[in-house]
Design a protein around this ligand. Structure first.
Ligand SMILES: [Cu+2]
Ligand SMILES: [Zn+2]
Length: 169
């Protein structure tokens, strides 16, 4: 074995160290409210069964809020209508309690305490970090003023959109 071969093997070993085979695939959504103020972030982590959303809200109105992935990655304040409807590639109906649902972007309500701060993790098994959430027009995390009733179409009667963040790498 000549020197050149040994150098090549060493280089391969270094390359393997630098890029682990199971790199964690992540995306982030920085949430802003209608006034453009930062109110928290959601870190999306690819897991074998879907996407784990690590929610870290820092300044939200206390109470119960609808929490969804919407189908367009565009958050224009103050109404955030630009984010479109719920992410729904399978053309299902809305709602976790709907036999004909849910939308892939439907997730449980979040419950913000009086402090306005909330950390919670949510597993969404209907999405992935590939073309689903990051392809096409992109997607966004949206928080609503009221709770999702998990059955009303098209959006759970959760009221106005109060915070929005584009999901991006
Ligand atoms: Cu929504
Ligand atoms: Zn929905």
């Amino acid at each position: 074995m000549g020197h050149k071969t040994i150098i090549a093997v060493a280089a391969l070993a270094l390359a393997a160290l630098a890029s682990p085979a199971f790199a964690v695939d992540k995306a982030t959504a920085l949430l802003k409210d209608a006034d453009g103020k930062d109110v928290g972030k959601v870190t999306l982590i690819a897991v074998p069964s879907g996407v784990l959303l690590a929610v870290d809200l820092t300044d939200m109105p206390p109470g119960d809020h609808g929490f969804h992935i919407h189908g367009i990655g565009k958050c224009v304040a103050p109404y955030f209508k630009t984010a479109g409807g719920h992410f729904n590639p399978e053309e299902d109906e809305h709602g976790l309690l709907n036999e004909a649902g849910p939308h892939a972007g439907d997730m449980p309500n979040i419950h913000v305490p009086a402090s306005g701060k909330l950390r919670v993790e949510v597993l969404n098994q209907s999405v992935n970090l590939g073309m689903g959430l990051l392809g096409g027009e992109g997607t966004a995390i949206v928080v609503h003023q009221g709770a999702d009733d998990y059955v009303s179409n098209p959006a759970g009667d959760a009221g106005p959109r109060i915070a929005c963040g584009v999901i991006s790498k």
